[in-house]
Each structure stands twice: as C-alpha cells, then as structure tokens.
Ligand binder design. Structure first.
Ligand code: SF4
Length: 188
C-alpha cells in the first residue's frame, strides 16, 4: 500500500509536499484498513474484482455503473458475491445510509447491476483515525427489487408524459449530471 501511495503521487505529478497532509494520517488509515481486511478474510471472503464497469438490461433500459469491489463469500456451498462500496466520510453518515432503507439507493443499484439472485452488499468505511468498518445492508435483495420496480414505474410515467418536478436536495444536486436543466438553481 505504501508503494501504491508513492506510485499514485508520482502518476498524478504531485510534489512530495502535496501529499504531506495525507501522509501524516496515512499509516493509521493503512493499518486500520489492513486490520479490517485480515478480519474480513478470516470470515472466508475472497477478493474477486475492483472498479467493475458493468451494464444490466432492464426492459428497454440499460442500467450502467461502476462497482468499487466485488468479493466472494461462502460459509457453505456456492460462493455468494459481496458488493462493496468504499466510503471515506464520517462513519455515522455511512451507518445512516444503512438505516435509511429504500431511501438509500446506492447499494441497491449496484445489486441491480448484477444478475445474481442472491448476493450481499456493504459499505466499507475507511476511517481517517485508523478504524475501518463494514456496514452491511442485510435487506439488499428486497431493496433491489423495490428499486427496479420504482425505476420501471418512473420511466413508464415519463414515457407517458408525466412532468418531473426537481426534487433533488443538497449534495444530490452537487453530483447531478443534469444540473441546470431542471432550473432548480434559478428558482430563487
Ligand atoms: S440538480 Fe435538479 S435534476 Fe439534479 S438532482 Fe438536483 S433537483 Fe434533481
């Protein structure tokens, strides 16, 4: 991991000093992550793929996304995919995502990108203070079904001419690819 940090610093053309603020906390972050990884692998999890760019047809639609990481986990029998999304935010924020159920669509969407009937999905929060923690969404298969149903329903309504109120809030708008088109920024 130290080698990776050095290589990326070089690739990005960063001066030694640019990485200094992060370098100070890096050993803690790295050690916390590796402690989590060792525990995680003890449960039988095996790394399979990272940065998986994938598509899944859904009727006339195509779901498109990039999944941070997929592991295989097996207690007995056939291994089950475990979809992982890394988070570097405050751990309490990540915990809240799990508690938000159908309101948090990220893991459910990644699950929808895979064709497996059974799978697991979790956020792995890589904390700056040396704590890496995994937060699993136990209901991901059910949430995936709800999301897929919702997407199909919404697109059917749009195709039938339903108007689309600009309902996005806060950081959702910050990362929105069609910001401006909805004109929400001009309401005031
Ligand atoms: S910028 Fe507009 S379209 Fe995008 S999420 Fe916000 S409200 Fe919705």
């Amino acid at each position: 991991m130290d080698n990776a940090a050095r290589a990326v610093t070089q690739q990005q053309g960063l001066a030694e000093g640019d990485f200094l603020p992060f370098a100070a906390g890096w050993p803690q972050v790295r050690d916390g992550y590796l402690r989590w990884l060792a525990q995680h692998e003890k449960t039988g999890a095996v790394f399979r793929q990272a940065e998986v760019q994938t598509r899944q047809p859904l009727g006339a639609l195509q779901l498109v996304g990039t999944i941070d990481r997929i592991d295989a986990v097996s207690s007995t029998g056939e291994p089950t995919p475990l979809v992982i999304d890394y988070k570097t935010e405050n751990d309490a924020v990540t915990k809240k995502r799990i508690g938000a159920g159908a309101e948090d669509t990220q893991l459910a969407f990644y699950a929808a990108l895979l064709s497996h009937d059974t799978l697991r999905a979790a956020y792995v929060n890589v904390g700056e203070r040396g704590e890496t923690q995994m937060h699993e969404q136990e209901a991901v298969v059910h949430l995936r079904d709800l999301l897929v149903e919702g997407i199909q329903h919404d697109f059917a309504r749009m195709a039938a001419g339903a108007p689309m109120p600009a309902l996005g809030e806060g950081s959702v708008c910050d990362y929105c690819a069609v910001r401006g088109l909805c004109r929400k920024d001009f309401w005031k």
